[in-house]
Design a protein around this ligand. Structure first.
Ligand code: SAM
Length: 232
């Protein structure tokens, strides 16, 4: 269970709100029951229920069950699409070990806004489900142009460029280190975006194969390709 609370040896952890409802009403945990906790910073901890109420309770951390495992230094930059598919991209990116998820508006992006809190909850749910003990951070919507203006070139960008449609390329030979994957909107990148990306020295274009993939499919394909070549 993800709890944004300090975790440590013999640390008492107060639980309320939706987590208390889940533990004590849905799971019906009673005093003495054990729970696995993580907060994304201090590794995973085994804890026991000390107090169990309908709307709140208390857990006590006993022992660390796994050290803090930081994700490979991979980010995903993507243009939001329809709500359900945007949720899917965030959830799959979090499951596949992306550390930071950056929604960006591009020239052809339809969605003008996102619910950052809802997307962050999807990333937390994915971490709980996949047993990761870190939580992908979802940032607020910005524009691709502004993001590139302030980009730290030490982090290379793997640009999934559908116009390179050809055999899917392996990433062998690309340097290890901090990376970001860039996926465009359903309408693809504009000519102006393409021209700008093509001349940025820290951008490496990649083909994901001869077929045009939906943005959510492309995100999963690109992250998996990266993980196979450079990930953990
Ligand atoms: N409007 C574009 C077109 O019809 O040519 C399609 C855009 S595609 C639906 C959404 C995004 O997925 C693209 O911007 C790109 O980032 C990625 N993508 C899709 N297919 C790809 C491929 N074969 N190679 C590389 N990237 C791809």
């Amino acid at each position: 269970l993800y709890l944004d609370r300090p975790l440590g040896p013999m640390q008492a952890v107060a639980v309320d709100g939706p987590q208390a409802h889940y533990l004590f009403a849905v799971m019906r945990l009673e005093v003495g029951a054990s729970v696995e906790l993580f907060n994304g910073r201090d590794g995973s901890w085994s804890a026991t229920v000390q107090k169990a109420g309908k709307r709140n309770g208390e857990l006590l951390c006993q022992s660390q069950s796994a050290p803090q495992r930081n994700p490979p230094d991979l980010w995903l930059i993507f243009a939001p699409i329809k709500k359900a598919r945007t949720d899917f991209i965030v959830e799959k990116a979090a499951e596949l070990g992306v550390a930071r998820i950056l929604p960006v508006q591009t020239d052809h992006t339809n969605s003008e806004r996102i619910r950052q809190d809802r997307l962050q909850a999807h990333a937390i749910g994915a971490a709980e489900q996949c047993g990761g003990n870190f939580v992908a951070a979802v940032t607020d919507l910005t524009s691709l142009s502004r993001l590139l203006d302030g980009w730290d070139p030490a982090r290379r960008i793997l640009w999934a460029d559908e116009s390179r449609a050809g055999p899917a390329e392996t990433l062998a030979g690309l340097p290890a280190g901090p990376w970001a994957i860039l996926i465009g909107p359903e309408g693809g990148f504009s000519a102006a975006e393409r021209a700008r990306l093509a001349q940025l020295p820290f951008v490496d274009p990649v083909s994901l194969g001869p077929r045009i993939l939906r943005a959510d499919t492309a995100a999963v394909a690109a992250i998996s390709l990266w993980q196979a070549a450079l990930g953990d």
